[in-house]
Design a protein around this ligand. Structure first.
Ligand SMILES: Cc1ncc(COP(=O)(O)O)c(C=O)c1O
Length: 362
């Protein structure tokens, strides 16, 4: 056995949502009857025209990808109305998180982030040999920004803020965000992960993109994996000041975004009507599911994302197993909390049916 760094050996590996095929063979059910609501994926396929564009790009598979992502930069720059030199792309936003952690961390540094939040902040910090300072969410499962500010030290080089937060779906309001950013020293990079930005309806939320454009120590992360339904292609991006991006990018290998993925992402940006339809469908279904949880008096958070977070009153692993047996894959989180992705209407109905069946059995 080769010798592995002890701190890496101690990592609990990232656990992806269970696949339909794996569960189908475990419970002996037809894969078509199983619904997967465990990975916050889109229930819909890619946007119209994307598969055709990506298929055409396959013919150029002998070539390395465009390392400057020119076409995607032009398309996204127009879509966001942001100059192209303020954009940086990676192999999913997870890819960017690892490069950012490598560029800002290292022995003698620390990272501050909320807990529970997206587990990759923890894992990337460990890889970068950065000390982790995890600040519990408040009693409403919202980032406790005062406690995060208090937790920062002279050696804190990075703070992560997931807005809306995965797994709770809760938001930091724009006023609270501005006050927090004002309190952070300029030497600390604040990474605001807006993977679920397009699903938010609460008027107290605002994107931090304007902050990222005007403050050199703020970076906003977005992804094509959620509302744009391209999770398989691994395209994420950061918005920030060109000087900050130039430095961070030194920790990224070349050619990290495949050409087919670049083409698929660029082809997704032309149809704002489709994006609005999907966001509206998500918020209607979310409203309905939160109503179901409230009617059954189950503790839950005020999610603004494409998932809901609730507790059944039994250990989460046990509860997830009860759903799995009924052909519904959900995600166990810490303690008694479960996270369930909002799916298509028929999938959401399957979830509610399984939930009621479990509630009558336990
Ligand atoms: C908060 C958050 N950030 C980033 C990601 C991953 O995005 P990507 O697929 O672009 O790596 C996820 C995926 O679940 C997420 O929940």
């Amino acid at each position: 056995m080769p010798r592995i760094r002890p701190d890496v050996a101690a990592i609990s590996p990232y656990v992806p949502g269970r696949s339909i095929e794996e569960v189908a063979s475990e419970i002996g059910m037809n894969p078509d009857e199983i619904v997967k609501l465990a990975s916050n994926e889109s229930p819909d396929g890619p946007f119209p025209g994307v598969v055709e564009a990506a298929t055409r790009a396959l013919a150029e598979s002998n070539r390395y990808p465009d390392d400057d992502l020119r076409d995607l930069t032009v398309a996204l720059s127009a879509y966001l109305d942001i100059p192209g030199d303020h954009l940086w792309f990676g192999n999913g936003s997870v890819g960017l998180i690892t490069h950012i952690a490598a560029a800002t961390g290292g022995p003698g540094t620390s990272a501050v982030y909320a807990w529970p939040s997206f587990v990759m902040y923890r894992i990337a910090s460990r890889w970068a040999m950065t000390e982790m300072i995890e600040v519990p969410l408040d009693h409403e499962h919202v980032h406790d920004l005062d406690a995060m500010t208090d937790a920062m030290r002279d050696d804190t080089t990075i703070a992560y803020l997931c807005n809306p937060n995965n797994p709770t779906g809760t938001i930091v309001t724009s006023d609270a965000m501005t006050a927090f950013l004002d309190s952070v020293p300029e030497s600390t990079l604040v990474v605001i992960d807006e993977a679920y930005h397009d699903f938010v309806t609460d008027a107290r939320y605002a994107t931090a993109v304007p902050e990222a454009l005007r403050r050199p120590n703020v970076l906003v992360l977005r992804t094509f994996s959620k509302i744009f339904a391209l999770a398989a292609h691994r395209v994420g991006y950061a918005i920030g000041q060109p000087g900050t991006i130039r430095e961070l990018r030194k920790a990224q290998p070349p050619f990290t975004v495949a050409q087919v993925a670049q083409v698929a992402a660029a082809a997704s940006l032309g149809d704002r009507g489709e994006l609005e339809r999907r966001a509206t469908a998500n918020s209607a279904a979310r409203h309905q599911l939160l109503g179901v949880l409230a009617e059954r008096s189950l503790p839950h958070t005020k999610s603004e994302a494409n998932f809901v977070y609730f507790a059944l009153g039994i250990p989460a692993e046990e509860a997830a197993e009860l759903f799995t047996k009924r052909g519904v894959i959900v995600r166990p989180m810490g303690g008694e909390w479960l996270r369930v992705t909002i799916g298509a209407d028929h999938e959401n109905r399957r979830f509610v049916h399984a939930l009621d069946d479990i509630l009558s059995a336990i």
